[in-house]
Design a binder for this molecule. Structure first.
Ligand code: MN
Length: 228
């Protein structure tokens, strides 16, 4: 009798509950594993921040993005392409599609072994900013200037020039609403959820630490691709 009751309870109560929580999936917009362990970027980004950032914030953007495009003509359009037409789409797609794209970009901008920029990228940085240090100073100034939540980026403009820009919320430089458009090759998330546990109000310290874990070979590949 007990087991029958148990079977009844599980079938009517628990199974629908599990079903309701089944995450949405998409081949066009996959929820990819983080390319390194949560603790791999210590001491610059702590494991708890990475875990909450990836597993809760990023997952929520992904799920809400899939919900927002479900059943629309945008369901199977790659996120990069969708960004260029974002002004005509809903705020839910803009915020969550941006959040999905930006975070995937961010995970792959970082690496436990940072490496060095390619010769062409370093030469372009030196020519256009004066030095790597000058780029980092300008980048830090702009990243600190983001009021509230947003991102700072190093982009390649349509003219092939490097430029440091910022975007509010989950916007990015691929969006048609961006004041300065271009192809991002490096970006930092300056939402408080990206750094507050370790750095609290000290956003400048987080921005300094960011440079210790930049995945330069990835950034260099993006630079080469953006020039094509
Ligand atoms: Mn974030």
């Amino acid at each position: 009798m007990k087991s029958l009751l148990f079977a009844l309870l599980t079938s009517v109560a628990i199974v629908p509950l599990l079903h309701a929580q089944t995450p949405l999936t998409s081949e066009t917009h996959p929820f990819l594993p983080l390319p390194y362990a949560y603790e791999a970027l210590e001491p610059y980004i702590d494991a708890q921040t990475m875990q909450i950032h990836y597993d809760r914030h990023y997952r929520a953007y992904h799920q809400n993005f899939l919900k927002a495009i479900a059943g629309t003509e945008w369901e199977h359009v790659p996120a990069e392409k969708l960004m260029g037409q974002i002004s005509g789409l809903s705020p839910a797609i803009r915020n969550n599609g941006g959040g999905y794209y930006n975070h995937l970009f961010f995970w792959n901008t970082l690496a436990p072994q940072p490496g060095t920029p390619s010769e062409p990228l370093l030469a372009a940085i030196q020519q256009q900013f004066g030095s790597m240090e000058a780029l980092q100073t300008e980048f830090a100034t702009k990243a600190k200037s983001v009021f509230g939540s947003g991102w700072a980026w190093l982009i390649v403009t349509p003219q092939g020039q490097l430029q440091v820009v910022t975007t509010p919320n989950q916007d990015n430089p691929l969006m048609d609403v961006a004041p300065v458009k271009g192809t991002p090759i490096l970006g930092i998330d300056v939402w408080e959820h990206a750094y507050y546990l370790k750095y609290q109000n000290k956003r400048p310290d987080y921005i300094d630490a960011f440079w210790k874990i930049v995945h330069w070979s990835q950034v260099s590949s993006r630079y080469a691709a953006a020039l094509k």
